[in-house]
Design a protein around this ligand. Structure first.
Ligand code: HEM
Length: 153
Protein backbone atom coordinates (compact mmCIF):
# COMPACT_ATOMS: atom_id res chain seq x y z
CA UNK A 1 0.00 0.00 0.00
CA UNK A 2 2.85 2.40 0.84
CA UNK A 3 4.24 2.20 -2.71
CA UNK A 4 0.80 2.91 -4.19
CA UNK A 5 0.27 5.97 -2.00
CA UNK A 6 3.81 7.18 -2.74
CA UNK A 7 3.03 6.87 -6.46
CA UNK A 8 -0.12 8.94 -5.94
CA UNK A 9 1.75 11.57 -3.86
CA UNK A 10 4.39 11.73 -6.57
CA UNK A 11 1.98 12.07 -9.50
CA UNK A 12 -0.22 14.64 -7.74
CA UNK A 13 2.70 17.06 -7.95
CA UNK A 14 1.99 17.43 -11.70
CA UNK A 15 -1.67 18.16 -11.03
CA UNK A 16 -0.75 20.80 -8.40
CA UNK A 17 1.68 22.46 -10.82
CA UNK A 18 -0.94 22.43 -13.60
CA UNK A 19 -3.66 23.83 -11.31
CA UNK A 20 -1.30 26.54 -10.07
CA UNK A 21 -0.51 27.58 -13.65
CA UNK A 22 -4.22 27.63 -14.56
CA UNK A 23 -5.03 29.76 -11.49
CA UNK A 24 -2.11 32.12 -12.16
CA UNK A 25 -3.24 32.49 -15.77
CA UNK A 26 -6.84 33.18 -14.73
CA UNK A 27 -5.78 35.78 -12.14
CA UNK A 28 -3.51 37.63 -14.57
CA UNK A 29 -5.62 37.68 -17.76
CA UNK A 30 -8.35 40.30 -17.56
CA UNK A 31 -7.50 40.85 -13.91
CA UNK A 32 -10.11 43.60 -13.58
CA UNK A 33 -12.99 41.43 -14.91
CA UNK A 34 -15.41 40.20 -12.20
CA UNK A 35 -14.22 37.22 -10.14
CA UNK A 36 -16.74 34.49 -10.95
CA UNK A 37 -17.86 31.20 -9.36
CA UNK A 38 -15.96 29.48 -12.18
CA UNK A 39 -12.71 31.13 -10.95
CA UNK A 40 -13.60 30.09 -7.40
CA UNK A 41 -13.95 26.47 -8.53
CA UNK A 42 -10.43 26.44 -9.99
CA UNK A 43 -9.17 27.81 -6.68
CA UNK A 44 -11.08 25.06 -4.82
CA UNK A 45 -9.64 22.30 -7.05
CA UNK A 46 -6.14 23.54 -6.24
CA UNK A 47 -6.92 23.59 -2.52
CA UNK A 48 -8.33 20.04 -2.52
CA UNK A 49 -5.43 18.50 -4.46
CA UNK A 50 -2.85 20.33 -2.31
CA UNK A 51 -4.45 19.20 0.95
CA UNK A 52 -4.71 15.61 -0.32
CA UNK A 53 -1.01 15.61 -1.27
CA UNK A 54 -0.19 17.09 2.15
CA UNK A 55 -2.11 14.33 3.95
CA UNK A 56 -0.34 11.62 1.94
CA UNK A 57 2.97 13.38 2.69
CA UNK A 58 2.27 13.42 6.44
CA UNK A 59 1.58 9.69 6.32
CA UNK A 60 4.85 9.08 4.43
CA UNK A 61 6.78 11.37 6.75
CA UNK A 62 5.77 9.50 9.90
CA UNK A 63 5.37 5.94 8.60
CA UNK A 64 7.84 5.78 5.67
CA UNK A 65 11.60 5.13 5.54
CA UNK A 66 12.52 8.82 5.13
CA UNK A 67 11.43 11.96 7.01
CA UNK A 68 10.91 11.53 10.73
CA UNK A 69 12.46 8.06 10.62
CA UNK A 70 15.80 9.72 9.84
CA UNK A 71 15.59 11.70 13.08
CA UNK A 72 14.79 8.58 15.06
CA UNK A 73 17.70 6.67 13.50
CA UNK A 74 20.39 9.30 13.14
CA UNK A 75 19.44 12.16 15.51
CA UNK A 76 21.31 15.46 15.05
CA UNK A 77 23.58 13.98 12.32
CA UNK A 78 20.61 14.39 9.95
CA UNK A 79 21.28 18.12 9.66
CA UNK A 80 24.82 17.53 8.38
CA UNK A 81 23.73 15.28 5.50
CA UNK A 82 22.15 17.17 2.58
CA UNK A 83 19.90 14.29 1.47
CA UNK A 84 18.63 13.43 4.95
CA UNK A 85 18.15 17.12 5.78
CA UNK A 86 16.07 17.54 2.63
CA UNK A 87 13.69 14.71 3.59
CA UNK A 88 13.60 15.41 7.32
CA UNK A 89 13.27 19.22 7.22
CA UNK A 90 13.31 21.00 3.85
CA UNK A 91 10.64 19.09 1.89
CA UNK A 92 8.07 19.13 4.70
CA UNK A 93 8.61 22.78 5.70
CA UNK A 94 8.62 24.13 2.13
CA UNK A 95 5.47 22.20 1.21
CA UNK A 96 3.62 23.17 4.40
CA UNK A 97 4.39 26.87 3.77
CA UNK A 98 3.15 26.51 0.17
CA UNK A 99 -0.02 24.76 1.39
CA UNK A 100 -0.63 27.60 3.88
CA UNK A 101 -0.35 30.17 1.06
CA UNK A 102 -2.81 28.17 -1.06
CA UNK A 103 -5.18 27.94 1.93
CA UNK A 104 -4.94 31.72 2.40
CA UNK A 105 -5.77 32.11 -1.31
CA UNK A 106 -9.04 30.29 -0.61
CA UNK A 107 -10.13 32.93 1.89
CA UNK A 108 -9.00 35.72 -0.46
CA UNK A 109 -11.08 34.12 -3.25
CA UNK A 110 -14.15 34.24 -0.99
CA UNK A 111 -13.63 37.88 0.04
CA UNK A 112 -15.92 40.59 -1.23
CA UNK A 113 -13.27 43.01 -2.58
CA UNK A 114 -12.71 44.66 -5.99
CA UNK A 115 -11.72 42.11 -8.68
CA UNK A 116 -8.43 43.81 -9.56
CA UNK A 117 -7.28 43.84 -5.92
CA UNK A 118 -8.40 40.25 -5.44
CA UNK A 119 -6.62 39.00 -8.56
CA UNK A 120 -3.43 40.84 -7.59
CA UNK A 121 -3.42 39.19 -4.17
CA UNK A 122 -4.24 35.81 -5.65
CA UNK A 123 -1.57 35.91 -8.36
CA UNK A 124 1.05 36.85 -5.74
CA UNK A 125 0.01 34.00 -3.43
CA UNK A 126 -0.06 31.47 -6.29
CA UNK A 127 3.26 32.63 -7.70
CA UNK A 128 5.12 32.46 -4.36
CA UNK A 129 3.56 29.03 -3.66
CA UNK A 130 4.69 27.87 -7.13
CA UNK A 131 8.28 28.97 -6.52
CA UNK A 132 8.39 27.28 -3.10
CA UNK A 133 6.91 24.05 -4.50
CA UNK A 134 9.34 24.00 -7.43
CA UNK A 135 12.23 24.45 -4.99
CA UNK A 136 10.93 21.77 -2.58
CA UNK A 137 10.18 18.99 -5.07
CA UNK A 138 12.76 16.17 -5.05
CA UNK A 139 13.56 16.41 -8.79
CA UNK A 140 15.25 13.39 -10.43
CA UNK A 141 18.27 15.55 -11.34
CA UNK A 142 18.88 16.05 -7.59
CA UNK A 143 17.85 12.62 -6.27
CA UNK A 144 18.79 9.43 -8.12
CA UNK A 145 16.04 7.33 -6.51
CA UNK A 146 13.17 9.66 -7.44
CA UNK A 147 11.67 9.21 -10.94
CA UNK A 148 9.81 11.82 -13.00
CA UNK A 149 6.70 9.62 -13.01
CA UNK A 150 6.59 6.98 -10.25
CA UNK A 151 4.76 3.83 -11.29
CA UNK A 152 4.93 4.82 -14.95
CA UNK A 153 8.69 4.76 -15.65
C1 HEM B 1 1.87 19.49 -0.97
C2 HEM B 1 2.84 19.46 -1.80
C3 HEM B 1 3.80 18.29 -1.97
C4 HEM B 1 4.34 17.88 -3.15
C5 HEM B 1 4.07 18.50 -4.52
C6 HEM B 1 5.19 16.76 -2.87
C7 HEM B 1 5.93 16.07 -3.82
C8 HEM B 1 6.69 14.96 -3.56
C9 HEM B 1 7.38 14.20 -4.55
C10 HEM B 1 7.41 14.52 -6.04
C11 HEM B 1 7.99 13.17 -3.93
C12 HEM B 1 8.87 12.08 -4.58
C13 HEM B 1 8.05 10.84 -4.70
C14 HEM B 1 8.83 9.74 -5.37
O1 HEM B 1 9.79 9.25 -4.77
O2 HEM B 1 8.45 9.39 -6.49
C15 HEM B 1 7.71 13.28 -2.53
C16 HEM B 1 8.13 12.39 -1.57
C17 HEM B 1 7.90 12.53 -0.23
N1 HEM B 1 7.13 13.52 0.37
FE1 HEM B 1 6.18 15.00 -0.57
N2 HEM B 1 5.19 16.52 -1.52
C18 HEM B 1 4.36 17.43 -0.93
C19 HEM B 1 4.10 17.55 0.41
C20 HEM B 1 4.67 16.78 1.39
C21 HEM B 1 4.53 17.00 2.80
C22 HEM B 1 3.76 18.15 3.44
C23 HEM B 1 5.23 16.01 3.41
C24 HEM B 1 5.43 15.73 4.87
C25 HEM B 1 4.54 16.01 5.77
C26 HEM B 1 5.81 15.18 2.40
C27 HEM B 1 6.57 14.07 2.66
C28 HEM B 1 7.17 13.31 1.72
C29 HEM B 1 8.02 12.16 2.02
C30 HEM B 1 8.35 11.61 3.41
C31 HEM B 1 8.44 11.66 0.79
C32 HEM B 1 9.38 10.46 0.56
C33 HEM B 1 8.59 9.19 0.68
C34 HEM B 1 9.40 7.95 0.39
O3 HEM B 1 10.23 7.95 -0.54
O4 HEM B 1 9.20 6.97 1.09
N3 HEM B 1 5.45 15.69 1.18
N4 HEM B 1 6.91 14.38 -2.32
Amino acid sequence: MYEGLLGLHSLLRWLILLLLLINIFRSLVEADAPYTDYDKKWNLRLLIVTHLTLLLGLYQYFFGPKGFTYFLQFGAAVMKDAVMRFWAVEHISGMIIAAILITISRSVAKKDIPALKKNKKLSTLYFVALLIILASIPWPFRFEDVPWFRGIN
